[in-house]
Design a protein around this ligand. Structure first.
Ligand SMILES: Cc1cc2nc3c(=O)[nH]c(=O)nc-3n(C[C@H](O)[C@H](O)[C@H](O)COP(=O)(O)O)c2cc1C
Length: 314
C-alpha cells in the first residue's frame, strides 16, 4: 500500500483556482492529512512555462502531496509524469478521470475517459511505467451518465497499477449538483484490494456513516474552501468529540496568512488568483458584505491586505 496513506486519512480535494500551494499548506495545518495539486494538463507540464511550474510547487509543510495530471494521450501523460516526479518530487502522481469542463472533455481528457475505459487503463499503465519511485493514484467519477462504470472500471485501474483510487460519487452529467452516490462508493471500496478514498459532500455524512465506511480515507472539496477547519470538524464527528469552530478573528487572520504565503510564492500578480479564497475566508465574519465588496474592488495586494487588516482591528 502507498506509504503516504494512513487509514482514516482526510484529503484536501484538488480544486482548480482554490487549492494552490499556500492554501494546501494552511489546510494541512488545520487537519488535512494528504493533499493534491490543482489539475495540470500534461502538455502544459511539458511546456515548462513558469506559470505551470508554479502549479507544481510543493512546500515542505504541505506534504504528503501529489501532482494531479490530466490528458488524453498516454505518451504525453507518461512524459509529464516523469518530468513532474523529477522536478517537484511529489509523494505521488494522480490521474484525473473526472473533470467535466468542456475544454478537458473536448481534449479527450478528464471525464471524457469515463466513456473510454480501455484508454483510461492504457494511460494508467503508461504513467505507472514512467514513474521511478512514487506511487500512482487516480481520481474518477461514477461514470458519464446515470449508468455507472463502477466498480468494473475501478478494478481495471487496480489491475493497471493504480495504488489508491479516489471516487467522487457523482457522474459527469451531475457536475457538482445533487447528492453523491455513497452506495456506489462503498460498493467500489468493498470490491477493490487497493485503498479507496470516498469523495462527495463528505461533510454531510454522519459519524456512524464515517465509522462504518469501507473507504480507507475521505476527500473533502468545497466545504474546505474558506474553511480549512472542516477537517477538524469532521474528525471530531468521526471520533464523537466536540468541535469548537474558529472565532471570526481567526478566520481573517488566516486569510492574511494565506495572502502573505501566496505573495511569497507567486509575487505581485497574485491577487487575481487568490481573491476568491480571500473572500471565502471572510464569509461569516460580521460585515461580510462590506469585506466582500472591498476585496472585490481591491486593485493591488496591498489594498486587499489593508482591507483584511482593517476588519481584524475593528
Ligand atoms: C472549483 C472546483 C475546482 C475543481 N478542480 C478539480 C481539479 O483540479 N481536479 C479534480 O480532480 N477535481 C476537481 N474538482 C472536483 C473536486 O475535487 C471534488 O471532487 C468535488 O468538488 C466533489 O467534492 P465535494 O462534494 O466535497 O465538493 C473541482 C471542484 C471545484 C468545485
Amino acid at each position: 500500500m502507498a506509504d503516504f496513506l494512513k487509514k482514516g486519512a482526510f484529503y484536501l480535494a484538488p480544486m482548480s483556482g482554490y487549492t494552490d500551494a499556500a492554501f494546501r499548506e494552511i489546510a494541512m495545518e488545520c487537519g488535512a492529512d494528504v493533499c493534491v495539486s490543482e489539475f495540470v494538463h500534461a502538455r502544459a507540464v511539458l511546456s515548462k512555462a513558469p506559470k505551470v511550474l508554479e502549479k507544481l510547487r510543493i512546500d515542505v509543510l504541505a506534504r504528503p502531496c501529489g501532482i494531479q495530471l490530466f490528458g488524453g494521450d498516454e505518451f504525453e501523460m507518461a512524459d509529464a509524469a516523469s518530468f513532474a516526479e523529477e522536478y517537484a518530487k511529489p509523494d505521488f502522481i494522480d490521474i484525473n478521470y473526472g473533470c467535466p469542463a468542456p475544454n478537458a472533455v473536448g481534449a479527450g481528457a478528464g471525464s471524457a475517459l469515463l466513456k473510454d475505459v480501455p484508454q483510461m487503463v492504457k494511460i494508467a499503465k503508461k504513467v505507472k511505467g514512467a514513474l521511478k519511485k512514487i506511487p500512482l493514484t487516480a481520481k474518477m467519477r461514477t461514470g458519464w451518465g446515470a449508468e455507472s462504470v463502477l466498480p468494473k472500471a475501478a478494478l481495471e485501474l487496480e489491475g493497471a497499477g493504480v495504488e489508491v483510487l479516489a471516487v467522487h460519487g457523482r457522474s459527469k452529467n451531475q457536475g457538482y449538483r445533487g447528492d453523491a452516490d455513497w452506495a456506489i462508493i462503498e460498493k467500489t471500496a468493498e470490491c477493490l484490494s487497493i485503498p479507496v478514498v470516498g469523495n462527495g459532500s463528505v461533510e454531510k455524512l454522519s459519524g456512524a456513516e464515517l465509522r462504518g465506511s469501507a473507504c480507507f480515507g475521505f476527500m473533502v472539496g468545497r466545504a474546505a474552501v474558506g474553511n480549512p477547519w472542516i477537517f477538524g470538524e469532521i474528525k471530531a464527528k468521526l471520533n464523537g468529540e466536540i468541535f469548537i469552530p474558529p472565532a471570526s478573528e481567526k478566520r481573517i487572520a488566516t486569510a492574511l496568512k494565506y495572502l502573505e504565503k501566496s505573495l511569497q510564492n507567486q509575487g505581485e500578480n497574485t491577487l487575481k488568483a487568490i481573491r476568491a479564497n480571500l473572500i471565502a475566508f471572510a464569509r461569516g465574519h460580521r460585515g461580510f458584505k462590506k469585506i466582500r465588496l472591498a476585496l472585490a474592488n481591491s486593485k493591488t495586494i496591498e489594498d486587499a491586505y489593508a482591507v483584511l487588516k482593517g476588519f481584524l482591528n475593528e
